[in-house]
Ligand binder design. Structure first.
Ligand SMILES: Nc1ncnc2c1ncn2[C@@H]1O[C@H](COP(=O)(O)OP(=O)(O)OP(=O)(O)O)[C@@H](O)[C@H]1O
Ligand SMILES: [Mg+2]
Length: 316
């Protein structure tokens, strides 16, 4: 049984929809990424799982199940790590007190709790737990605060850790370190990870499965290495090309895909069909053909799913 199942999730604020037909799952201990450019709906999807603001005020359709039961609000076995650690930590409370408040193991004595906190801080590479616990957030670097946030999420002993762009507020080297750390600690603890990020190459190294979003919809999903190594959807190809290469050469910017991401109102007007949605990427797609204006169904190609009609997109 899957730990988390998201089935046909739709979300809108009043008029036009922001998410359409979003379906994916997370297995126990599996590391799953949601990838796509700014505004594609990654955060809305993650927030909608437990109806965090602003999705508590949205029209949400579809079904979310967690540990076999419908999920309609916060769950003690789901922890979140958000983008900006400074905004998530209480600035006037020492880190130690914030970590103690995150410990909810019933019947855990003070000494056992403090030992567990120290062990968890060391696990996230904060090597002087006592000093960290005595500190206020402003006394730590951004990278240290984000490690403390990850420790806080781990202390709740979740079955699923949800991380929304956990490293974008950090400098590039710290980003890579914190990302690698996140992948490592969830694996060591047997926790599942659901991670939203722009960076598809980063995901290939640390996640099992990736779901690529374009304009509120999943356009491609499958094993992360396969999707990153041989992207099938034309949008995923553009996204791969937009990531700066570690080798130094700056690859094409995503703006090099002609056109712009359509607004929810444009998608509503141009893509709604009886029985589904036409491809929202077709105005920008070099492979577009007349059939792309009809309702698209996901195609299965090996272990992968691609929402695209294109013939050239076969697994090579
Ligand atoms: N409070 C809100 N009310 C209405 N629409 C919103 C609200 N917040 C975000 N949106 C819209 O929802 C869409 C999806 O936004 P979301 O924040 O999920 O994108 P994202 O993929 O997380 O982007 P980023 O990479 O920038 O974090 C966007 O078009 C955005 O304009
Ligand atoms: Mg976001």
């Amino acid at each position: 049984m899957r730990l988390l199942e998201v089935e046909n999730l739709g979300l809108g604020f009043g008029g036009a929809g922001i998410l359409r037909g979003v379906s994916f799952g997370v297995g126990p201990g599996e590391r799953v990424a949601l990838v796509g450019e700014s505004g594609c709906g990654k955060s809305m999807t993650l927030h909608a799982l437990t109806r965090l603001p602003p999705t508590d005020a949205a029209n949400v359709t579809g079904e979310v199940r967690f540990m076999g039961a419908p999920l309609r609000g916060p769950h003690p076995r789901i922890s979140y790590v958000f983008q900006d650690p400074m905004a998530s930590l209480d600035p006037v409370m020492r880190i130690g007190r914030q970590l103690r408040e995150a410990c909810v193991e019933p019947g855990e004595g003070r000494a056992a709790r403090d030992a567990r906190i120290a062990e968890t801080l060391r696990a996230v590479d904060l090597r002087d737990p006592d000093a960290v616990m005595r500190s206020f957030p402003c006394e730590l670097s951004g990278g240290m605060c984000q490690r403390a946030m990850i420790a806080m999420a781990l202390l709740r002993n979740p079955a699923l850790l949800v991380a929304d762009e956990p490293t974008t507020a950090l400098d590039a080297t710290t980003q890579a370190d914190v990302m690698a750390l996140l992948g490592r600690v969830v694996r060591e603890r047997g926790m599942a990870l659901l991670l939203a990020t722009h960076n598809i190459t980063l995901v290939a190294g640390m996640c099992d499965t990736v779901n690529v979003f374009y304009a509120g919809q999943i356009v491609e999903s499958g094993p992360a290495r396969e999707v990153a190594g041989n992207p099938l959807h034309p949008y995923t190809r553009g996204l791969m090309a937009a990531v700066p290469r570690i080798s130094g050469r700056r690859a094409a910017d995503l703006r090099d895909i002609p056109g712009e991401v359509p607004s929810p109102a444009e998608i509503e007007a141009e893509c709604r069909r009886d029985g589904g949605w036409a491809c929202a990427f077709r105005p920008r797609c070099a492979f577009a053909e007349p059939g792309c204006g009809a309702a698209l169904a996901p195609r299965r190609l090996g272990g992968r799913t691609v929402v695209c009609k294109n013939k050239p997109l076969e697994v090579s």
